[in-house]
Design a protein around this ligand. Structure first.
Ligand code: C5P
Length: 217
């Protein structure tokens, strides 16, 4: 069964920790990004881990020259278990992050195609090439969209790597439509549908149950 990762894009520390505490029994991993880290500091990663003892990934979509990427990774991976980077900046920029991750024994996750409509404009035309590059570089996982199951499948087939897939729930992606593409090494990322709901615990539980039951193969 694929893992459930919450995208914790809330804007303050107290709310973030409250949600983690509520959903901790139903999630396998937590993704933090700029909204939370810029408002609460990177130390929030340690606080989250203390509450739920789950993998925490920094979604910084790092996209700079190798030397700057390296500096960002050195800071983030002191705290987090993995970091999300962009692939379109080229192999050297991704490799710089991989070198740091290796030192800390942490993960590098590379974006291929994003889940929002605008990704069709510039990212989709190069996403299959990025998936090939991810395979060549042996990154730990890739990011590909749940909002376009056929693209998720194509990208996963090319990269042959674990996938972290956002877009379920608020952006319109449905577990039923992607479950047969995924396996136990993959992660389904859900943000707003959980943290904006009246009862995050119940919603997380429902997503977890759907991930468990829905396989039709
Ligand atoms: O709230 P929602 O469930 O749409 O959250 C999706 C999360 O996944 C957000 O944190 C967003 O930044 C992230 N993401 C995405 N598409 C990508 C990579 C990351 O939606 N390709």
């Amino acid at each position: 069964m694929p893992k459930l990762m919450i995208a914790l894009d809330v804007l303050n520390r107290e709310e973030a920790l409250k949600i983690v505490n509520e959903v901790k029994d139903y999630i396998d991993a937590v993704k933090v990004g700029y909204p939370l880290v810029l408002s609460s500091g990177l130390e929030i990663v340690e606080e989250i881990k203390k509450i739920c003892n789950r993998e925490v990934i920094c979604d910084f979509k790092v996209a700079d020259i190798p030397e700057t990427n390296r500096k960002i990774a050195e800071i983030a991976l002191k705290y987090a278990d993995g970091i999300i980077v962009h692939g379109f900046v080229g192999e050297d920029s991704v490799k710089a992050v991989q070198e740091v991750a290796k030192k800390f024994n942490k993960k590098v996750i590379m974006v291929t195609e994003m889940s929002h409509p605008g990704a069709i404009q510039y990212m989709q035309p190069i996403a299959n090439k990025l998936a090939k590059m991810a395979k060549k570089l042996k990154v730990d996982a890739i990011v590909a969209p749940s909002t376009r199951p056929e693209r998720l499948k194509e990208i996963k087939d090319i990269a042959k790597l674990p996938v972290m897939t956002p877009g379920v729930g608020y952006q319109g992606g449905k577990i039923e439509e992607i479950i047969n593409i995924l396996d136990e090494n993959d992660y389904v990322i859900v943000g707003r549908s959980i943290y904006q709901s009246e009862n995050p615990k119940d919603v997380a539980k429902k997503f977890k149950e759907k991930l468990n039951k829905n396989k039709t193969k």
